[in-house]
Design a binder for this molecule. Structure first.
Ligand code: GDP
Ligand code: MG
Length: 439
């Protein structure tokens, strides 16, 4: 997708606090990027509304990493849009299960028929019969027969003179006789949706009563693919979609819209011309692809973990051993800035959230900057051993940090209080352990 979305994502990812303005900016970029990627505008509108609602809601605003949460929301919504979980192929109560492949000319029906047969045999241990119902081009029958030879699978054909409905009908009888458990019917396509084609496909459908009707669409055709999907679905009530040529340089917009326009799942993705290049369609992966991911993806994973458990453990250990210094404090602040308010950080530390006093030691963003400056103006020794910070040192630190002595005093006091409370807390925990505890 667009570079602009990427840079917005980067910008928003690190944010400790996300304002409504940020969300607006983000959704504007998402909207543009999606429209650029050929996503249907109605779909975009709905999606943006959902993203806004969630991003401005508590879920994001109250999280530790709101920037990352916003991205996660976008990804979730994209995933949902494409159908959430990927779905399976039907199995009929009575063999054979009949799958009918439909779509425009060149979409990849014949190729996908071969791929699907290969998939059914390899993954599900089935033995399909392929049926050549494209009677308009002799080459089409030949093409399917070639695939059959490559796969070492039977292809049922009756040439170009027989009505495709009869071919399909006979093929199923044949499959029953030969104990074939799947029948995959390759049909003819046209360059555009037209009535004759639809009539023919409807006749086949009415006769063979397929368990699945897979619409094969070329993902390279963008918005057209969506329109095609819409009309095929109206006429034939398809059961699923196969999106081909996703190995190409497609923007993926089609994938996004098809599910929401037809309400039919995208089941497979064609990833190349070869017979094994068919994959189950994973909406989540597609969402990642659309967001250009890679690094973004790992950020989302981070957002999902929320808390760096290792760091929280280390901090707890320091508190326990009372070796917590201003350096640690500073380090924590660095994280605080990325993660959100200090009181939330405290909530992450096991046990600390319950200490009311700690929570009252609140800092707002500006204060945070000043606190940082004060600590940075301390010498190494002062940071390790704050008790040596006497009057003249306080003056020096205030001057160095552009703050007042009163502010330095306040910080030192807060730091001492914090240490005191940590001690209480540690004792309390020890006490609990000593008694065997309930908790
Ligand atoms: P049909 O007219 O719908 O039966 O389409 P075909 O199966 O004959 O495919 C048309 C062209 O698209 C052929 O050259 C295929 O090799 C190619 N094709 C089909 N699926 C894919 C795919 O997933 N990736 C790529 N790169 N090419 C594909
Ligand atoms: Mg074909």
């Amino acid at each position: 997708l667009a570079d602009r979305l990427q840079s917005t994502i980067k910008k928003i990812t690190g944010k400790g606090k996300v304002s409504e303005q940020d969300v607006k900016e983000m959704t504007r970029e998402v909207r543009l990027a999606l429209l650029e990627a050929d996503v249907n505008f109605k779909v975009v509108k709905q999606l943006i509304a959902r993203i806004k609602e969630r991003a401005i809601g508590q879920e994001v605003m109250e999280s530790l990493t709101p920037g990352q949460q916003v991205i996660k929301v976008v990804k979730d919504e994209l995933t949902q849009l494409m159908g959430g979980e990927q779905s399976k192929i039907a199995v009929a109560d009575r063999s054979p299960t009949v799958i009918m492949m439909v779509g425009l000319q060149g979409a990849g029906k014949t190729t996908t028929t071969g791929k699907l047969a290969n998939h059914l045999r390899k993954k599900h241990n089935r033995n399909p019969l392929l049926v050549a119902c494209d009677v308009y081009r002799p080459a089409a029958i030949k093409q399917l027969e070639t695939l059959g030879t490559q796969l070492d699978m039977p292809v049922f054909s009756m040439g170009t003179e027989v009505n495709p409905v009869d071919i399909a009908h006979k093929a199923i009888e044949q499959a029953k006789e030969d104990h074939r458990d799947y029948v995959i019917i390759d049909t003819a396509g046209r360059l555009h949706v037209d009535e004759n084609l639809m009539d023919e496909l409807q006749s086949i459908k009415n006769d063979v009563k397929p368990d699945e009707i897979f619409l094969v669409v070329d993902s390279m055709t963008g918005q057209d693919a969506v329109n095609v999907a819409e009309s095929f679905n109206e006429q034939l009530d398809i059961t699923g979609v196969v999106l081909t040529k996703l190995d190409g340089d497609t923007r993926g917009g089609a994938a996004l819209s098809i599910k929401s326009v037809t309400d039919k799942p995208i089941k497979f993705a064609g990833m190349g011309e070869k017979l094994d290049q068919l994959e189950a369609f994973h909406p989540e992966r597609m969402a990642s692809r659309i967001l250009g991911m890679g690094d973004v993806l790992s950020l989302i994973e981070k957002a999902q973990t929320n808390v760096d458990e290792k760091q929280a453990k280390e901090l707890e250990e320091k508190m326990r051993t009372m070796s917590f210094t201003f350096d640690d404090f500073l380090e924590q602040m660095g994280q605080v800035k990325q993660m959100g308010p200090l009181d939330e950080l405290m909530d992450m530390i096991p046990g600390a959230g319950k200490m009311k006093g700690l929570k009252n030691a609140q800092f707002d963003e500006k204060q945070l900057g000043q606190v940082e400056a004060i600590i940075q103006s301390m010498t190494k020794k002062e940071r390790q051993e704050p008790s040596i910070i006497n009057g003249s040192r306080r003056k020096r630190i205030a001057k160095g940090s552009g703050t007042s002595v009163a502010q330095v005093n306040r910080l030192l006091k807060q730091f001492n209080e914090m240490k005191k409370m940590m001690k209480q807390m540690t004792n309390m925990q020890k006490g609990k352990k000593g008694k065997g505890g309930f908790n």
